[in-house]
Design a protein around this ligand. Structure first.
Ligand code: FAD
Length: 408
């Protein structure tokens, strides 16, 4: 068993973990920093929505992990299996025990495909797809192109999920494609969401409802996908009425776009670092753990009540980097995260409603514009600027757009 030690150990080399490593290294080049990350691939997940609409090359959403890990950071290719915060160490599956002075947890969340009966057997065939997987987003586009008529169903599971707008984005972009091809009269699109409202921030609901009407979408709220039979092309939903009574209904489909239920990762749920729901329990402003001061959390795995997005991670890493370094020196933590998250809602091909909001649903636009309006400029931002910014700035510790507006 090895007992390697680092100044800072980061668990997870995804969007938040890699960006944080870069931001800390820029500020304090002499620190020894390791990222523990089992995957040899790093994904830019926000573009998968565009892949599912034929607007982005899926191969441009993945790079070797070795390229995403910032310069000067040690990559330990292993999975953490256990946290021992009292001993300031983590246990891994392949590299033994790793010790730290400070720890950052950035392991993301679990896509619980098994949470819907029959789903795993039929994903990727029988017209069942999901933009939430690298290998399936191109299948979404294939299905959208092939469908000439019939029932197209899009689903959204209970919150929290990463990028809460992504289930709707798949719906609107598919409908836009069918409308452009004059097929919408023959294709009936339905949206089934577990949530009681179309979107969590009320200012965006009516602008989105305009698209629900434009595409003649059959909208069903409080409706949760629970079972799929791919070969029989049938989906079952639990529908909750105003009194809380639940009825099970079945619906036939020709195309089914599923967003899986999402939970905390199992290895985190079993650790001493989490709250009752399994999320890493950090202060929502400082991102410091509430019981272990040398532990911080960033990205989708934390208990902070923001929208779980890469945009949130972009802002959080700056806060966490500054607070980590202050904590090392025994100083008061200087930076506060205000809950910024962003959701570029692709309402039609070439236009986006760029929802940006902080804690409590407060709208915090980066640009001085009415963010409830669909815009071509926001589309160009998402399709061209943000992917470039991600690979070339965010993962390199260059904090453009990470400090402005909402973040203070
Ligand atoms: P991830 O990037 O998922 O990284 C977590 C890492 O932890 C992974 O590399 C994983 O291998 C690693 N890990 C897991 N278990 C262990 C372990 N045991 N030990 C060590 N490491 C481990 N965000 C936006 O801002 N805008 C959007 O438009 C947008 N659209 C999206 C559309 C889709 C379809 C999806 C799926 C996501 C979208 N997101 C969007 C969300 C965004 O991608 C995530 O919020 C972001 O990637 C979170 O970063 P993270 O580092 O917390 O998690």
């Amino acid at each position: 068993m090895s007992h390697i030690s680092y100044d800072i150990v980061i668990v997870g080399g995804g969007s938040a973990g890699s960006a944080l490593a870069a931001s800390v290294k820029k500020r304090a080049p002499s620190l020894t920093i390791a990222i523990i990350e089992p995957s040899d691939k790093h994904y830019y997940q926000p573009a998968w929505t565009l892949v599912g609409a034929g607007e982005f090359d899926v191969n441009k959403t993945v790079r070797p992990m070795a390229e995403a890990i910032p310069d000067g950071i040690t990559w330990l290719q292993a999975a953490v299996t256990e946290f021992q915060p009292t001993e300031k160490q983590v246990v891994t599956d392949k590299l033994g025990t790793i010790q730290y002075t400070q720890l950052v947890v950035a392991a993301g969340l679990k896509l619980n495909w098994e949470g819907i009966k029959g789903l795993t057997e039929t994903l990727g065939k029988n017209g069942v797809t999901s933009n939430y997987r690298f290998d399936l987003a191109p299948y979404t586009w294939q299905l959208v192109q092939q469908l000439e008529s019939g029932e197209a169903i899009f689903t959204q599971p209970p919150m929290p999920i990463k990028c809460a707008g992504a289930p709707q984005k798949a719906l609107y972009l598919s409908c836009a494609e069918w409308q452009g091809k004059n097929r919408l009269g023959h294709i009936k699109a339905s949206f089934y969401s577990s949530t009681p409202a179309l979107f969590g921030v009320k200012e965006y609901v009516e602008p989105l409802m305009q698209y629900i009407r434009r595409y003649k979408v059959n909208l069903n709220l409080n409706s949760t996908l629970v079972e799929v039979d791919g070969p029989a092309k049938t989906a079952w939903f639990n529908v909750k009425d105003a009194d809380g009574n639940v009825t099970r209904i079945s619906k036939p489909f020709d195309l089914l776009h599923v967003v899986p239920p999402q939970t905390a990762l199992d290895f985190l749920k079993q650790s001493p670092l989490v709250n009752a729901d399994g999320w890493v329990e950090v202060d929502q402003h400082s991102l410091q753990h509430v019981r272990y001061p040398e532990v911080f959390g960033v990205g989708d795995c934390t208990s902070t009540p923001n929208a779980k997005t890469a945009a949130a991670a972009r802002k959080q890493v700056v806060i966490a980097a500054e607070n980590l370094l202050a904590q090392r020196e025994g100083k008061a933590l200087p930076s506060r995260y205000d809950g910024y998250g962003s959701c570029p809602l692709t309402v039609e091909k070439g236009k986006i409603i760029l929802a940006e909001f902080g804690y409590g649903g407060k709208i915090v636009p980066t640009f001085p514009w009415d963010s409830t309006k669909p815009r071509r400029s926001a589309w160009l931002l998402k399709k061209y600027v943000l992917p470039w910014l991600y690979w070339n700035l965010m993962l390199k510790g260059r904090e453009w757009l990470a400090r402005c507006g909402a973040c203070g």
